[in-house]
Design a protein around this ligand. Structure first.
Ligand code: ATP
Length: 248
C-alpha cells in the first residue's frame, strides 16, 4: 500500500471573473516529504493551480468550479486561506511581497502572526529561519525594501516558514534572480525538505533548476497537465527538453 499523499488535487477547474477558464481539470499529488515541480510557460496555469490549492484565488475574482483539493485526506476545496495556514499549508506568492519599510526581522515576525504561538516559540522560530538563511540574520535590522531581490525572496520564504507549515506552495522562486542566488535558494529548499521533511509544491518556468531539486514534476500547458514523471525521466525526455528546458 502506498502512503496517502499529503496533498492531492483531483481534476480542478478554475475560472476567473466567471468567464476565463484558466485551469481545465488539473490533477496532481504531492507525497509527504517530497518536492514536486509544476513546470510550464508563462500563462500555463501554474500560479492559478497553486492559488486554487491555497484558496487565494478568490482574492482575484477566481473560483474553483470543479474538482477538489484534499489536504491530509480531507476536502479543503472551500476552506478559507487562514484556516489552511493554521493547518500547515502556506503559499509564498510570486513576486516576493515583502513589507518594504519593515525590517527583515519584522517581516519574519509577521509570518508568526497567522499561527499564534508563545514568545518562546516565536523566538525559536526566528532562530530556525536564521539557521537556514544566515544571510537574513546578517540583514535582520535592514529595511526589507533595501535588501537584494534574492534576500527578499528569502524573506518571503522565511516568513511563510514562521507558520511552521507541513506544505509550502512556492510560486516562481527563481523569478528575476541571478543563477547563483537561485541555486542558493533551491539548496535551502532542499535542506528544509531533507532535514525537516517539509513538502514543497513549486511552480517554475526555469525547468532545469526545478528538475535538479524536485523528485517529481508536472508540465502544464494551457491549463492542462500535458506530461508528468520523475524529475530524472522528464529531464531525459528530448521533447520536454526542447519545449520547456531551453532556458536556465
Ligand atoms: P506566470 O508564470 O506568468 O504566472 P502561470 O503559468 O502561473 O504563468 P497563470 O498566472 O496561472 O499562469 O495564468 C493562467 C491563465 O489565467 C492565463 O491565461 C492568465 O491570463 C489568466 N489569469 C491569471 N490570473 C488572472 C486574473 N487574476 N484574472 C483573470 N485572468 C487571470
Amino acid at each position: 500500500m502506498t502512503a496517502m499523499p499529503i496533498l492531492q488535487v483531483d481534476d480542478i477547474e478554475v475560472v476567473y471573473e466567471q468567464v476565463i477558464l484558466a485551469v481545465h481539470g488539473v490533477s496532481l499529488s504531492l507525497g509527504e516529504g517530497r518536492i514536486v515541480a509544476l513546470l510550464g510557460a508563462n500563462g500555463a496555469g501554474k500560479s492559478t493551480t497553486l492559488k486554487a490549492i491555497s484558496a487565494l484565488v478568490g482574492a482575484e475574482r477566481g473560483e474553483v468550479v470543479g474538482g477538489r483539493v484534499l489536504y491530509r485526506g480531507k476536502d479543503v476545496t472551500r476552506s478559507a486561506p487562514d484556516v489552511l495556514v493554521r493547518n500547515g499549508l502556506v503559499q509564498v506568492l510570486e513576486g516576493r511581497h515583502c513589507f518594504p519599510h519593515l525590517s527583515v526581522e519584522e517581516n519574519l515576525l509577521a509570518g508568526a502572526l497567522a499561527s499564534g504561538g508563545s514568545r518562546q516559540e516565536v523566538k525559536a522560530g526566528l532562530e530556525r529561519i536564521y539557521h537556514y538563511f544566515p544571510r537574513l540574520k546578517e540583514r535582520r535590522r535592514s529595511a526589507a525594501g533595501y535588501t537584494s531581490g534574492g534576500e527578499q525572496q528569502m524573506v518571503a520564504i522565511g516568513r511563510a516558514l514562521m507558520a511552521r507549515p507541513a506544505v509550502v506552495l512556492l510560486d516562481e522562486p527563481s523569478m528575476g534572480l541571478a543563477p547563483l542566488i537561485v541555486d542558493e535558494i533551491f539548496a535551502i529548499v532542499a535542506r528544509l525538505n531533507a532535514d525537516e521533511g517539509v513538502s514543497f509544491l513549486l511552480a517554475e518556468q526555469n525547468a532545469s533548476v526545478a528538475l535538479r531539486h524536485a523528485h517529481h514534476a508536472y508540465v502544464l500547458e494551457s491549463g492542462r497537465v500535458v506530461a508528468q514523471g520523475s524529475a530524472a525521466e522528464l529531464a531525459a525526455r528530448s521533447d520536454i527538453h526542447d519545449l520547456y528546458l531551453g532556458a536556465g
